[in-house]
Structures are given as structure tokens and as C-alpha cells.
Design a protein around this ligand. Structure first.
Ligand SMILES: Cc1cc2nc3c(=O)[nH]c(=O)nc-3n(C[C@H](O)[C@H](O)[C@H](O)COP(=O)(O)O)c2cc1C
Length: 120
């Protein structure tokens, strides 16, 4: 069974072209392989927080010194990494605005990349 991580990041809703493309891909995929699992994350509507001081303190703290608030700072990263590692196929809708990919996608990847780098 394939596990797909379907991610949209456009700040636009119904008018978004990248959302329409990922949706079309997923719909066709579901018709062909109805038993595959799909996890959906909408970074455009529900952006992940940027890496801040609390997150950095938590990421660098030894496990025995993690307070509940430091643990809470890392929770979203754990969730994002779990989604990335669980999936075996990735469908990302990431539009380009002003020669950059939208910031929410960068924020998502920096959460995952920072911790994955630590754990390598
Ligand atoms: C303010 C603005 C800046 C844009 N900048 C770029 C760009 O630098 N490069 C590019 O190829 N397209 C650019 N575009 C076109 C968008 O990538 C295109 O409209 C795309 O459909 C946006 O994705 P969405 O429809 O999923 O929101 C820009 C569009 C807007 C409105």
C-alpha cells in the first residue's frame, strides 16, 4: 500500500491553481488505487509556526531537561516529521510568489529538516 502525503500551501482558496492540480492528481489516484492511505495538510489555511526561540531552546535541550512548554514547542515538528517519514509518495502544491516558494512551505520544511539533521 502506498501512503501519500498531500500538502497544499497556496494562500488562495478556490481560485488556487496549485490546489486544483493536487486535488485533480489525488482524485485520479484514488480512482485507480482506492486502498492507498492519504494524509492531508493545508499549510495555506493552517500555517505551521516559524522556528522561534522556544523551539530552538527545546531542540537543543537534553531530553531530561524538557519542560512541558519546551515539549509543546517541538510537538508540531514531531507531527510534521511523522507525516514525512510515514509517507512514501509526496504530492505538494507549492506556488511561486515573487521568485520564492511560499513562506509556509519553507517553514514546514525547516521544522522537519532541522530535527532530521539532529537525528541523523
Ligand atoms: C504577487 C504574485 C507574485 C508572483 N510571482 C511569481 C514568480 O515569481 N514566478 C512565477 O513563476 N510565478 C509567479 N506568480 C504566479 C503564481 O505562481 C501563479 O499565479 C500561481 O497560480 C499561484 O499559485 P496558486 O494559484 O495556487 O495560488 C506570482 C503571482 C502573484 C499574484
Amino acid at each position: 500500500m502506498t501512503h501519500i502525503l498531500h500538502l497544499d500551501s497556496s494562500p488562495r482558496g478556490e481560485r488556487s491553481i496549485s490546489r486544483a492540480l493536487t486535488k485533480q492528481f489525488i482524485n485520479v489516484w484514488k480512482q485507480i488505487r482506492p486502498n492507498d492511505a492519504i494524509t492531508y495538510r493545508d499549510l495555506g489555511r493552517y500555517p505551521v509556526p516559524v522556528i522561534d526561540e522556544a523551539w530552538i531552546a527545546a531542540a537543543f535541550a537534553p531530553p531530561e531537561q524538557l519542560t512541558p512548554s519546551l515539549e509543546a514547542a517541538l510537538m508540531i515538528s514531531d507531527e510534521l516529521i511523522e507525516e514525512l517519514l510515514t509517507a512514501s509518495l509526496y504530492v505538494f502544491g507549492i506556488p511561486m510568489y515573487n521568485y520564492r516558494i511560499v513562506i509556509v512551505s519553507m517553514s514546514q520544511s525547516s521544522h522537519s529538516a532541522s530535527l532530521l539533521w539532529w537525528w541523523r
